[in-house]
Design a protein. Structure first.
Length: 537
């Protein structure tokens, strides 16, 4: 039976046609993948299906859910459909949740708004639904607030809100992009299980082909508002017929050409026996404050021209260690040095800080939207004793922009005038402009489309080869790590549990935790292999 039918869906804003004749059908109980790059129209299609097109948009075409036409319904009628017949899970749970309301009240709200039950019954349904998604009330009271939960737990709350009334269709829009690999695998398994238990159709909107290969029965590939290919997931991803789909698959497997780092190079970063403790709340008034050890005796080196990857789940200590390396955290023991000069928390001198720069996961969040690009990438000049001025400053900015494949004229644009990949290039230019010895890449490619990610990885490899840069690459995408890293450090519970050359660690992991991470990785070829193994079984 057909659950969702979309025929000739178009959407115009002004003179721009953003969706152009989108047509597909989804069966009851099916897991359906909607894939493509940013701007391809994936999310806009989902919003149009739910009657949530942007203000001023003009839509045409037919949308039917379980035989009932949704196009042409009044907003009041569509409000009765949203949440009850169609649920939606968004990419960033913290922005989808109300930070000042307890999680129980937010899940119960779905029930109350649709008038399905009174307050007490709604609270009971909320508790049962949270338990279904792995948040039992005895461990996660309904009175908890979103900030008291981890990223994966917050996403479970969003899923609970979406399924509280057991809808016919669940739309998950990039539901795992910001999660580490094991948490991502747990959330995907949860979505698959809930869909099977409730007989829901599950629409996965993503740019991660590995996720689709693992999960979807059929896929639709979108580009520039049009459907360019559709069919069974395994056939489309293993032997795509359209050039665009082939380009996406090639980008998902892309490994940049990299020169081997020079043997015996100097240690740009040296970390020796580093310990970082945090004081926890007292169990009783005036009692001793217990300590939580976030980083426990970590030691490693990054040599000139080398890329070292640091991987592990959320909470393993990666971020704490990174802040210590950047001089933003005090340590209780051990030593961190860059080119022999010590990093000493807030006491770290400007001369040492300029040797280490960072590229963050979300460049838009790390930029002041009121500053022009030239001012943004020149921000690190404050670390120099004699920052360039006038023509010298403009020349330095132009050189940094050219190094990352942008134009000198781009210095006069604002961040919102760039695409996501271009903004990440700006972030790299900002890190380069004062000629550091080490760049820390904190999930620098996780939010990018596969083709943009491939371009950024090529850029980083080229810069390392030309400038002798060293990278500390922090990531949860093990496919990217395999493509870019010379060595891998695997972190668990504040300790490095395994390290070594990338090929050796990935092909023959020596620690069970490393094997668990690899098994959970949504790498496209691994996912297709798992799918083939399931078919044989």
């Amino acid at each position: 039976m057909t659950l969702l039918s979309v025929e000739g869906l178009t959407l115009d804003i002004g003179a721009a046609r953003l969706l152009d004749g989108v047509s597909f059908a989804m069966a009851e109980g099916e897991t359906f993948g909607l894939i493509g790059e940013s701007g391809s129209g994936k999310s806009l299609t989902a919003l149009a299906i739910m009657g949530l097109a942007p203000e001023g948009a003009r839509t045409a075409g037919a949308v039917a859910l379980a035989g009932r036409r949704l196009d042409g319904l009044s907003d009041r009628a569509l409000c009765a459909v949203r949440g009850a017949d169609v649920g939606m899970v968004f990419q960033e749970p913290m922005t989808a949740l109300n930070p000042v309301r307890p999680i129980g009240a937010q899940v119960a709200e779905t029930v109350l708004i649709h008038g399905r039950a009174g307050t007490r019954t709604a609270e009971r349904i909320a508790a049962e639904t949270l338990a279904r998604v792995g948040l039992p009330p005895e461990r996660f009271p309904l009175s908890r607030y979103p900030h008291e939960l981890s990223g994966g737990q917050r996403q479970r709350v969003v899923i609970a809100m979406a399924i509280a009334l057991r809808p016919k269709l669940l739309i998950a829009d990039e539901p795992t992009t910001a999660l580490d690999v094991t948490t991502q695998a747990q959330i995907l398994r949860l979505l698959k299980r809930l869909a099977a238990e409730d007989g829901m159709g599950l629409m996965l909107i993503t740019h991660d082909l590995g996720v689709v290969a693992d999960m979807a029965d059929r896929v639709v590939v979108m580009r520039e508002g049009r459907v360019v290919e559709a069919g069974p997931a395994e056939r489309v991803l293993r032997a795509p017929s359209h050039g665009y789909t082939r380009a996406l698959a090639a980008a998902a497997r892309h490994a940049p050409l990299r020169a081997a780092p020079p043997a015996g190079g100097e240690a740009v970063l040296s970390v020796r026996d580093v310990v970082r403790d945090y004081a926890l709340p007292r169990a009783r008034p005036f009692g001793p404050r217990p300590l939580f050890r976030a980083v426990d005796g970590v030691s490693f080196e990054v040599r000139r021209g080398e890329t070292v990857a640091l991987v592990g789940e959320s909470g393993c200590g990666k971020s704490t260690l990174t802040r210590a390396i950047l001089g933003l955290e005090e340590t209780q023991a051990g030593r961190i040095a860059v080119c022999g000069a010590p990093i000493e928390g807030r006491r770290t001198t400007r001369a040492v800080r300029r040797r280490v720069q960072v590229v963050f996961q979300d460049p838009y969040g790390s930029f002041d939207p009121r500053w022009k690009a030239g001012d943004l990438i020149a921000e690190p000049f404050h670390l120099l004793d004699e920052p360039p001025k006038g023509a010298a400053r403009r020349e330095k900015i132009a050189t940094a922009l050219a190094a990352v494949g942008l134009k000198p004229a781009d210095a006069d644009k604002y961040p919102h005038e760039f695409s996501g990949g271009q903004r990440q290039r700006l972030a790299i230019a900002r890190a380069l402009i004062i000629d550091p010895d080490l760049i820390v890449l904190d999930e620098a490619t996780s939010a990018l489309d596969v083709r943009v990610r491939a371009q950024v990885l090529d850029l980083l490899a080229g810069l390392s080869a030309r400038l002798g840069l060293s990278y500390l690459f922090i990531a949860h995408d093990l496919g990217v790590v395999r493509a870019v890293a010379d060595r891998v450090l695997v972190m668990q519970g504040g300790r490095i549990v395994e390290e070594g050359p990338t090929a050796r660690v990935f092909d023959a992991p020596g620690h069970p935790y490393t094997a668990t991470l690899l098994a959970a990785s949504p790498d496209l070829d691994r996912a297709l292999a798992r799918r083939a193994a399931r078919s044989v079984a």
